[in-house]
Design a protein around this ligand. Sequence first.
Ligand SMILES: [Zn+2]
Length: 275
Amino acid sequence: MRNHGISLICTGLVRVKKPFMTRQGGPITSRLRILTSQDFTPDLPIFAWLIAHPEGDILVDSGMSGGLLRAGYLDSLGRFDAWLSRRLCTFALKPGEQIGKQLPLIRPSGTRGLRVVMTHLHIDHVDGLSELAGCEILVNEAEWAHPSGAPKALLAPFKPKRFAFDRNGDAIFGQSYPITRAGDVIAVPTPGHTPHHCSIILRRGGVSYIFAGDAVYNQGQLLAGELAGAHMDARRAADSIERLRAFTRNNPAVLLPSHDPDAARRLAENEIVPR
Ligand SMILES: [Zn+2]
């Protein structure tokens, strides 16, 4: 699906435990509830987003590779990572859904001249990098230096371009980093889900498209200020949600979180976040 030069690529599905999705209680209770719960959400999409851009196309996050199609794939990434992934969520991927198969269908030149910018380094955002050889990878330098919950074995081969935020950047987020020379694609800090999570904003045709990663799991969480149990730092996550909300009050914006089942429809209809 392609709208406003944005292609949405669904690279498999994930179910997460319900307390992972919605936080209840303090930090310890919240984590215990996640570990002990047997109650899963319905299938949620794992989106990557391709932005067509005159300076060179940009992929926001990489989604999943075809690794899950091979038995024992998660274990190959490290026992602890595999255990953790299984405790929190279940993935489902059909042949052909991996990023490496879908990208050439919507971008005939495949990975040539493509840049990939990461919101954060959780497996469902970085796994596809193994099928994107030759792309320049952009990562917030603090997220790279202090990854949280990231599959380190999977990331070890990559040498991303690490960027630092400019303190005099965006007024609402305090900092930003321009991904394009035109300044129409920027990264802004939205920490909390991971300590250095960021969101990517594309300004096009008078509308801001916010690729919010996992800062919120869906638009309802933005509107209600609802925290996910998965956020590492609840206070900073709440602050990021407030800033995202302030941004959507000040700018007509379409919100595109990585796992929001309604994001495809909102993108297709160019539906602005209620002010
Ligand atoms: Zn995440």
